[in-house]
Design a binder for this molecule. Structure first.
Ligand SMILES: *Cc1c(COP(=O)(O)O)cnc(C)c1O
Length: 346
């Protein structure tokens, strides 16, 4: 039985040639290809400044730091998110305050921020699986907003808040194996990031850290960025294929339908044991699915907080299933996924 993975990297001959050219140039440390990557982001986001770094988590930490967040500060964070957010806030010396999410888009619920994070002055707004978080509603509360675009590269997000972070990890929209980037509209946060990661040969000394990207990684990411439109079109086509076969009584994450969005995942919601029965049916056909965030991974559970305060996130952990959904998925593979969907597992 051939296995269809939940994710497979989309690496073309052009990507390989770009990496090979970096190696053949004799310059593999941060250099012209990292600069080209940063330029690709300022071009895509219409100005501002960008600083490429070693990961999305590093980018989150550096954006917090660059915005002056540190000891004694509280940061509002959606509880339905990966632990990288907690790690970055802890590295910055600040404290995370967890907020429940919306049941339709899975993004932070702005109405709950004053209730669950009343003392926070900064918020990390994750554009979950490509769906846009309500940044304007957060800004209207006087909050400084870091947009977490680690799952929303190529969409309309990034220009809405005070800084934006991106990830180039292997499973993300574009990849260099690992990597990340900080972007800010007025440039200040990105420049503070650059000052922090460029630790060597400085005239002054203050604690800095090596969180840089290599030119090999940047070469691959830049090459992948040139296919963003194709990436977006392929994901919308796959989404249409799955929705066309969608069984009655199931829901799908909202906020991913418009053409400007780049849908990062296809996550369905099924009641009760139906989710698990569907996962079993996919597994029996050699199709790998995942529960994108399981109960134990919810950030309020890591912090030992009362689950009753986070009913939406708890419900999402129980009902969600993520299907294979990536540009390198072939039509035949997508057809196999669709065939299980049409089976209408009760
Ligand atoms: C992947 C991801 C991160 C962390 O990025 P890394 O490059 O893996 O460190 C942070 N936030 C979100 C929403 C992510 O999806």
């Amino acid at each position: 039985m051939t296995v269809i993975p939940h994710n497979r990297c989309w690496i073309t001959n052009e990507d390989r040639a770009a990496v090979d050219a970096a190696m053949a140039s004799g310059w593999i440390a941060p250099g012209p290809r990292v600069a080209a990557l940063e330029q690709a982001f300022t071009a895509m986001l219409g100005g501002g400044a960008a600083c490429a770094v070693s990961s999305g988590t590093a980018a989150l930490f550096l954006a917090l730091r660059g915005m002056g967040v540190g000891a004694g500060d509280q940061v509002a964070v959606p509880t339905y998110a990966c632990s990288a957010l907690l790690n970055a806030v802890a590295m910055a010396g600040a404290e995370a305050r967890l907020v429940d999410v919306r049941p339709d888009t899975f993004t932070i619920d702005p109405a709950l921020v004053p209730v669950q994070a009343p003392a926070a002055r900064t918020v990390i707004a994750v554009h979950t699986y490509g769906a846009t978080a309500e940044v304007a509603a957060l800004k209207a509360q006087g909050l400084a907003v870091i947009e977490d675009c680690c799952q929303s590269l190529g969409g309309p997000q990034g220009r809405l808040g005070d800084a934006a972070v991106f990830s180039f990890y292997a499973t993300k929209v574009v990849t260099g194996g690992h990597g990340g980037l900080v972007w800010s509209p007025d440039g200040a946060v990105a420049e503070r990031t650059r000052d922090y990661v460029n630790f060597d040969g400085r005239e002054d000394w203050t604690p800095r850290f090596n969180l840089q990207l290599t030119d090999i990684q940047a070469a691959m990411v830049v090459s992948q960025m040139s296919r963003l439109e194709e990436n977006r079109r392929r994901r919308h086509a796959l989404r249409a294929t799955y929705l066309d076969a969608f069984p009655a009584g199931l829901a799908v994450q909202a906020g991913l339908d418009t053409a400007d969005i780049l849908p990062y995942r296809f996550v369905l919601l099924a009641e009760g044991g139906r989710r698990d029965r569907m996962a079993e049916a996919f597994a029996a056909a050699g199709i790998r699915t995942i529960v994108p965030i399981a109960r134990f991974e919810l950030l309020h559970r890591y912090l030992g907080m009362d689950p009753a305060a986070y009913p939406v996130a708890e419900d999402l952990a129980d009902r969600t299933l993520s299907l294979p959904f990536f540009p390198a998925l072939s039509d035949a593979e997508a057809g196999a996924v669709r065939a299980i969907l049409t089976r209408e597992i009760p």
